[in-house]
Design a protein around this ligand. Structure first.
Ligand code: PFF
Length: 431
């Protein structure tokens, strides 16, 4: 059987937007903006996305399309000895998925609670064993999608869920902007505090957020690119990047006005989605409907991202070890559920913690922050330095000077920035 393919460029773009747009946009971006200088944060964020995120995404598409293989076999085809590096990326993305699914399952639970008009307290919910059931349900949804294949599974859900997500988001933004006091929230969100730009931590936060949000450096875009035959990579990547950014910015425009209208603490950080916002919805007129819509939208975003992560190890088993898709998906699904179990248990009554930190938070730091950067470093170095230049040029197109600028970005700027972000993230914990 030949390699699976997207049904069209649009299908590929929608699936990639599905991967990029996730919990990182709707929940993480707004609170990172709030904590890092409001509107001023958009400057380092735009720089990171356009100068580093976009080129790395194009590199992944280029490797994937030109080799027609997923991470491990693609790396192997560049140099035999790089297969271990490819495998490291596959392991990291599987580990990220294992805890990402836990948060996805909370989102699913909240969507259901609001739809049933029965919101619950976060502590009471996570303290019960209910989250384990939702963990299994979310895992199953991801499993069934990937099992159905590239066109019938991954592309199909993106075709329905991404437009639905945009419609719900626009509706929620319009609603929250007409609330009394909305302007104050917008002011808090976007009024720039440029003095923050002198703080290197703000810049490393921007780089980290950009890579996480765009799903780059993880082999996801490489794998998606391997199902692509034709099309302008720069154009596709630009559309994906802009859509990802717009959705993140719009999410902030819906969240901050609501938070300000209710007069609750806007800098609630990680608690924003599961404690602050639900408490706002509960007090509001039509709050149950709005809450259900918000969490449904977040679930759609998380599901399409989780699907993209699962596809990486599945494609690896298929390409490198000759597995059939159905068997590969089952195997990876079982492994990811096992890996995620400690994270799923970390907020329950069992309180799985290491040195007082919940296992989930540790996973987020070890895999979602440090692991992500390490994987990005491997990818940019292997792709940028060991893939033949002319092969890259053929894939990305453009004229002479554009290609030269691109190579400087990929070979020098991206690895250096990732290294700085890595040091910054390590320092943050020990410092
Ligand atoms: N981009 C996703 C988000 O913003 O939530 C998260 C993500 C997906 C990270 C896929 C890494 C990845 F490989």
């Amino acid at each position: 059987m030949g390699r699976e393919e997207w049904s069209s460029t649009l299908g590929f773009i929608l699936a990639s937007i599905g991967s990029a747009v996730g919990i990182g946009n709707i929940w993480r971006f707004p609170y990172i903006v709030g904590a890092n200088g409001g509107g001023a944060f958009l400057v380092p964020y735009l720089v990171s996305v356009l100068l580093f995120g976009l080129p790395l995404m194009m590199l992944e598409f280029a490797i994937g399309r030109s080799t027609g293989m997923s991470v491990v076999s693609a790396f192997q085809s560049l140099r035999q000895r790089f297969s271990a590096a490819g495998l490291a990326i596959v392991v990291i993305v599987s580990l990220i998925l294992s805890y990402y699914l836990v948060i996805t399952s909370w989102v699913l639970a909240y969507a259901l609670f609001f739809a049933l008009n029965r919101p619950v307290d976060f502590g009471a919910f996570t303290g019960s064993y209910l989250p384990l059931i939702f963990f299994l349900l979310s895992g199953l949804a991801v499993f069934l999608t990937v099992r159905s294949g590239v066109r019938e599974g991954i592309e199909k859900i993106a075709r329905y869920l991404i437009p639905a997500l945009v419609v719900i988001l626009l509706f929620l933004v319009a609603f929250s902007l007409t609330e009394p006091g909305a302007l104050e929230g917008v002011r808090f969100y976007l009024s720039p505090d440029y003095s923050k730009l002198a703080d290197p931590a703000v810049w490393t936060a921007a780089f980290g957020q950009a890579f996480f949000s765009l799903s780059v450096g993880m082999g996801v875009m490489l794998t998606y690119g391997s199902y692509l035959k034709r099309g302008d990579l720069f154009r596709s990547a630009s559309i994906i990047v802009v859509a990802d950014m717009l959705i993140a910015i719009l999410a902030g425009l819906m969240i901050f006005p609501l938070v300000f209208t209710a007069g609750v603490d806007p800098a609630a950080g990680v608690n924003l989605a599961f404690v602050t916002l639900p408490s706002v919805f509960v007090e509001m007129q039509f709050g149950m409907v709005l809450g259900a819509l918000f969490f449904l939208m977040l679930f759609a975003a998380a599901l399409t991202s989780a699907v993209s992560m699962l596809e990486v190890p599945v494609a690896t088993l298929m390409d490198s070890y000759g597995y059939q898709r159905k068997r590969a998906t089952l195997l990876v699904f079982a492994a990811v559920m096992l890996l995620g179990f400690p994270s799923a248990l970390s907020y329950t009554a069992l309180k799985l913690e290491i040195f007082g930190t919940p296992f989930l938070d540790l996973s987020d730091y070890a895999f979602g922050t440090i692991g992500l950067i390490v994987a990005g470093l491997i990818l940019s170095i292997v792709g940028g330095w060991y893939m033949d230049r002319t092969r890259i040029y053929t894939e990305i197109g453009g004229c002479g000077w554009q290609q030269r600028v691109y190579m400087v970005l990929i070979r020098y700027c991206v690895p250096i920035i990732l290294l700085i972000t890595l040091l910054g993230s390590l320092f943050q914990v020990t410092g």
